[in-house]
Design a protein around this ligand. Structure first.
Ligand SMILES: Nc1ncnc2c1ncn2[C@@H]1O[C@H](COP(=O)(O)OP(=O)(O)OP(=O)(O)O)[C@@H](O)[C@H]1O
Ligand SMILES: Nc1ccn([C@H]2C[C@H](O)[C@@H](COP(=O)(O)O)O2)c(=O)n1
Length: 217
């Protein structure tokens, strides 16, 4: 499918709300480059956790200059420990500046074969792609998100209890919503999608319908 013009989709969401699932489905359907920006912060968090002595802004700067999409596919980045550390290091203004260029390049200059780009994260709708053609704020209630993340971690054979996951999700919400630098928020122009009582498929159809309508208008 080829679109008349290239499009940019921006999605913000709290942890485990299903944003990545929807971003992947939408990107596949409309042939968009997909970037899970949380994975960049997770990659940096993993460096902090595994190479604490070497961790510095200059090391991260070097890593960001060489960053590829493949680097973000590392399964180690999926753990709760890495997610929690990502939430901590992402409060650092300097770190946010270092990850900016890769996100801008993906959003505004995706490879020619794509019809555009779709990015998800915490500050995408107002900081990274303020002029996005479509903006969504995807959420779900805390317990539902914790249960989904718990099941996901169990499938990855991680040793963690539901209560630990719930606590971690609550802490991450607190940290992501309340930080001073680029906090998670729903912008006035973002369409709210609450996935709590919706299947993955029905969420996808809802978002697709919104995009189709505007593209046809
Ligand atoms: N509508 C849904 N119904 C049931 N399960 C869902 C739904 N959407 C997503 N999930 C599941 O919930 C888990 C979290 O989803 P996903 O990774 O898409 O969230 P996310 O918002 O991208 O999380 P994060 O930002 O923390 O990476 C996954 O295991 C996914 O399969
Ligand atoms: N645009 C973004 C994306 C992510 N973060 C931080 C805050 C999150 O808690 C953490 C992990 O993200 P996830 O993989 O759960 O989407 O990374 C951010 O500050 N800005």
């Amino acid at each position: 499918m080829k679109l008349k013009k290239k499009i940019k989709i921006a999605i913000d969401s709290p942890a485990a709300a299903g944003a990545g699932t929807q971003a992947k489905l939408i990107s596949k359907h409309f042939n968009l480059l997909y970037l899970d920006t949380g994975k960049i912060y997770r990659l940096i968090a993993n460096i902090k956790l595994t190479q604490a002595n070497r961790y510095s802004h200059s090391l991260i700067k070097k890593k960001m200059l060489k960053l590829t999409m493949k680097d973000l596919q590392n399964k180690k980045l999926l753990s709760d420990e890495v997610g929690t550390m990502a939430s901590i290091i992402s409060k650092d203004k300097k770190i946010r500046k270092l990850v900016h260029a890769f996100q801008i390049k993906s959003a505004y200059h995706p490879p020619k074969k794509y019809n555009g780009s779709c990015l998800d994260g915490r500050d995408i709708t107002y900081k990274i792609i303020p002029n996005a053609d479509f903006k969504f704020f995807i959420t779900a209630n805390t317990k539902t998100r914790a249960l989904r993340r718990y099941k996901e971690l169990k499938d990855l054979n991680k040793k963690i209890s539901f209560n630990e996951v719930l606590k971690s999700i609550k802490n991450r919400d607190k940290s992501d919503y309340n930080r001073k630098v680029s906090p998670l928020m729903r912008t006035r122009d973002s369409i709210l999608i609450n996935t709590t009582n919706l299947t993955k498929r029905s969420c996808f159809l809802k978002i697709k319908q919104i995009i189709d309508r505007k593209l046809k208008a």
